[in-house]
Ligand binder design. Structure first.
Ligand code: NAD
Length: 479
């Protein structure tokens, strides 16, 4: 006689429910290496993997993470090329470098710590426990790099994850996740620590947002997904959009400023959310900065070239009467030479950035353009520059940059902007420990305030108190 497995599972669940225990977790997902068509199955597999991970040591978590790091570093060329071929945005060299950076510099279990309060009344230890299954949404701008960083952070914290990748970066997401899980399974016998939806849709994202076994969510993307996450009713870590302004004052080292702006804004063709998007320059050094930009290798567009580029690279979307300007999809993440051609100018393929003077009303100033053309706006003085920087950052409180040798101007801008990242005298990636101090993550939580995410972002505080004992200092009075 044949039994339907689900009937048996239901009967067992009912019996256990009667004696006050949760139903056992099934183990039907071994060998899937994290790849799922069905979001519900993905969450159940990640939940099962979470139960298994919870039985393992911190040393095992480190071993798991080491596999993710090793694959990200050793296979960066193959996986980076796959990402470039699939998404068709950005620069191949940077796709490869991003995988290496995330593999090397994302904080892992070494970032975990406990806090202790010891005193007359004993000992309180605060430890950081996992949430469980975390639902992740990842952007097309860095599909596998974001998954790599999220996986290292989240597994270090003891969690597992289900990823709904951007549809235009799903293939590399699936292949990376398959490789990570296979290596982990072969070594430690746990599968599906990282699950990915092979055919992601808004519906699968919604199912993940509202699944009862998803304990928290972490989204990395633009305004729509940030809003959806904040409305999900779950604890959400939201790495939202930015439009990072740069201020250059009269005390700045202009050659250094020019090199930094090119390096940050040209990186991966300006796909980074932290990348320089518009520059406000004090009038007295404006012309000299423009010359410094050319000396450093950027190519200047004149007014009519900028107009031509603007007319094709920025589009209007939305209902009549409620339209807004956005970056045109076919120009996002394209090379500077492609933008120059659209502006009617032929330049070398090697040029990293094109730039030019605009007024603040050119759409390249307010729009998060994610392309290697940067508008430079002339301002009377540093106060006007800071005020415009504040206005065009749109209150995202994401990233701001200043080039200055006046500590008062730096302080003033830091206070006014109130951004998560504030870089002085360097390119924007320096804020993520690339040429500056600190650690990296490609999920920088802005509206929800966690900042550059770490393993601790994905943990719950638990306090363990022992009353009146184990504080071995002094002799508190009894009674
Ligand atoms: P996007 O907003 O178009 O897509 C991001 C992800 O959200 C994708 O997986 C997409 O499918 C999904 N999505 C979109 N709308 C959704 C909805 N209503 N419900 C559920 N899922 C939804 O962004 P993109 O073009 O992939 O990435 C670029 C954007 O991401 C930029 O705005 C950039 O600033 C931002 N970003 C932020 C960070 C950060 O750390 N703060 C990092 C990288 C990118």
């Amino acid at each position: 006689m044949q039994f339907d497995e689900s009937i048996i599972r239901n009967v067992v669940a009912q019996v256990l429910a009667e004696v006050g225990k949760a139903p056992p977790v099934t183990s039907g997902f071994k060998g899937r290496y994290g790849i799922f068509d069905c979001a519900d199955e993905a969450v159940r597999a990640a939940r099962e993997a979470f139960e298994k991970l919870s039985e393992r040591s911190i040393e095992d978590r480190k071993r798991i993470i080491d596999h993710i790091r090793r694959i990200s570093i050793d296979q960066k060329v193959e996986l980076g090329t796959m990402e470039m071929n699939e998404t068709k945005i950005g620069k191949l060299a940077h796709k490869i470098e991003k995988l290496e950076l995330l593999g090397r510099k994302t904080p892992g279990v070494e970032f975990l710590r406990s806090e202790v309060y010891s005193g007359d009344h004993g000992l309180a230890v605060i430890e950081h426990a996992p949430f469980g299954v975390i639902g992740c949404i990842t952007p097309v701008t860095h599909s596998l790099p974001t998954i790599t960083g999220n996986a290292v952070n989240m597994i270090a914290g003891g969690n597992t994850l289900v990823v709904n990748p951007h549809p235009s970066g799903k293939k590399v997401a699936v292949e990376g996740v398959r490789r990570f899980n296979k290596a982990i399974y072969d070594d430690l016998g746990i599968d599906n620590l990282i699950c990915v939806i092979a055919e992601p849709t808004l519906e699968s994202a919604d199912l993940i947002f509202h699944h009862r076994d998803v304990a928290m969510i972490c989204v990395t993307g633009g305004p729509a997904v940030a809003r959806a996450a904040l409305n999900s009713g779950k604890k959400a870590v939201v790495a939202g959009p930015g439009n990072p302004p740069v201020v250059v004052d009269e005390t700045a080292d202009l050659d250094r400023a020019a090199r930094s702006i090119i390096q940050g804004a040209g990186y991966d063709n300006n796909l980074l959310c932290i990348a320089e998007k518009e520059v406000f320059v004090v009038n007295s050094v404006f012309d000299e900065l423009m010359r410094a930009m050319e000396r450093a290798g950027a190519v200047r567009l004149n007014e009519s070239e900028i107009d031509r580029l603007t007319s094709v690279a920025i589009s209007e979307v939305g209902e009549p009467g409620k339209t807004k300007q956005v970056a045109a999809k076919e120009f996002i993440g394209q090379d500077a030479a492609v933008l120059a051609r659209a502006a009617g100018k032929n330049i070398s393929q090697d040029v990293e950035l094109v730039f030019g003077e605009t007024d603040e009303h050119n759409p390249f100033v307010p729009v998060e353009q994610m392309m290697p053309f940067i508008p430079f706006v002339r301002c009377h003085d540093v106060d006007e520059a800071i005020q415009k920087a504040k206005y065009y950052e749109h209150g995202f409180r994401h990233t701001a940059i200043i080039h200055s040798n006046d500590v008062r101007n730096m302080t003033k801008m830091g206070r006014v902007m109130d951004t998560t990242l504030f870089v002085k005298n360097g390119p924007s990636p320096a804020a993520l420990g690339v040429g500056g101090e600190g650690y990296i993550s490609f999920s920088i939580a802005t509206p929800t305030g966690e900042g550059v995410t770490t393993p601790l972002t994905f943990t719950r505080e638990r306090r363990c108190s022992l009353i009146d004992d184990l504080c071995i200092l002094g002799h508190p009075a009894k009674g």
